[in-house]
Design a protein around this ligand. Structure first.
Ligand code: AMP
Length: 373
């Protein structure tokens, strides 16, 4: 199926050509027709599946039809997302896909001065991308009203709950008009998320792509049994041989900094990103990585959630995550869009139970590799 067959309008089709997207991804194929018909949607899809375009395209198309040039701007679409990185990334997607329309959008998130965001809002926007805390803040200060919202998108709902945003969401929901279209996306569907979705969706169409337990076939997975104290040496050895785009996962912020120090000492250019770094530092680290200035980035799970790097060649689990599902998320950062990818996992004795969980969840045995002498 082509984008044209999904009844996407010319200005958006042109923007997709410019992005060099040739065909819709499965989540786009399923979600776009449903959303264009005005239905509510419950989408189970993780980052990397193309879900941003799956909600952005129908929102842009529906608003573009209804917003004649020169009219007063009101926020007609609200996209709520848990992290600043995701918010910025979604905003960039709107810039790309709406480039041939006259729609205006902006992004707001916490941790930075609010003034530029307020100035941007004052100029009038049709589409607002926001993290919950800053949104509530600016609503309280009367810079934002949600009275005109026709499309509400809740992105990464499971991560929202994980990060403790449930109360913010519950405070925001009554501020939205009753009559609206809601698109709800989550990578997983635990009971709490299912309950939340039931409470806010109206006869939703449910779509599901790449269930949580599935690992893309193009990812080569390798397991190294290694003592905790030997992990940094193993990492150095691997990275010295292969200098390429590598995302290393650390369980803690402190651990990420420590790994970065060790690698830098060995002349391996890298940066760490995590919640203790300033927004500016995180953006700079990402930009350096994307441009190829650095080849390695070390991240905690939450910080990594917002990273969108198309050509990531390798993911290294320096530490195993606490739960097996997170492993699937992590390694899904490589092997995207049909490209090959490699996922290495460093497992110490204490971490072996998680490896067993991972093998059970994914239905595959991880390939054990002997540590090079
Ligand atoms: P997302 O899941 O929205 O974070 O998207 C993951 C990546 O896939 C982003 O880099 C998008 O630019 C890219 N992408 C989204 N849709 C398509 C498509 N139809 N064809 C090729 N790449 C796409």
């Amino acid at each position: 199926m082509t984008f044209k067959e999904l009844n996407i309008s010319e200005p958006i089709l042109d923007a997709l050509v410019k992005k060099k997207y040739s065909l819709p991804t499965p989540v786009q194929e399923q979600a776009i027709p449903v959303a264009l018909k005005g239905h509510d949607l419950l989408g189970i899809a993780q980052t990397g599946t193309g879900k941003t375009a799956a909600f952005a395209i129908p929102v842009i198309q529906q608003l573009n039809r209804m917003t004649p040039k020169g009219t007063e701007r009101n926020i007609q679409a609200l996209i709520l997302t848990p992290t600043r990185e995701l918010a910025i990334q979604i905003d960039e997607c709107f810039s790309d896909y709406a480039r041939y329309t006259n729609l205006r959008h902006t992004v707001i998130f916490g941790g930075v001065n609010q003034r530029p965001q307020v100035n941007s809002l004052k100029q009038g926007v049709d589409i607002l991308i926001a993290t919950p805390g800053r949104l509530l803040d600016l609503i309280n200060q009367k810079y934002i009203t949600l009275n005109h919202v026709k499309h509400f998108i809740l992105d990464e709902a499971d991560r929202m709950l994980d990060m403790g945003f449930i109360h913010d969401i519950k405070r925001l929901l009554p501020l939205l008009p009753k009559q609206k279209q809601t698109l709800f996306f989550s990578a997983t569907m635990p009971q709490a998320i299912a309950n939340l979705s039931k409470s806010i969706l109206n006869k939703p169409v449910r779509i599901e792509v790449t269930p949580e337990s599935s690992v893309v076939d193009t990812i080569e997975q390798r397991l190294y049994f290694v003592e905790k104290s030997q992990k940094s040496q193993l990492l150095v050895n691997i990275l010295q041989k292969k200098k390429r785009s590598v995302l290393v996962f650390s369980r803690t912020k402190h651990g990420a900094d420590k790994i970065a120090r060790v690698l830098n000492r060995q002349g391996i250019g890298c940066e760490a990103i995590h919640g203790n770094k300033t927004q500016v530092a995180r953006q700079r680290a990402l930009a350096n990585f994307k441009s190829g200035k650095t080849h390695v980035i070390i991240a905690t799970d939450i910080a990594a959630r917002g990273i969108d790097i198309v050509n990531l060649e390798m993911v290294i689990n320096y530490d195993l995550p606490d739960v097996a599902e997170t492993y699937v998320h992590r390694i899904g950062r490589t092997g995207r869009a049909g490209n090959g990818g490699t996922a290495l996992t460093f497992c110490s004795q204490e971490e072996y139970t998680i490896v067993k969980d991972i093998q059970k969840l994914t239905g595959r045995k991880l390939n054990t590799v002997a540590i090079p002498a």
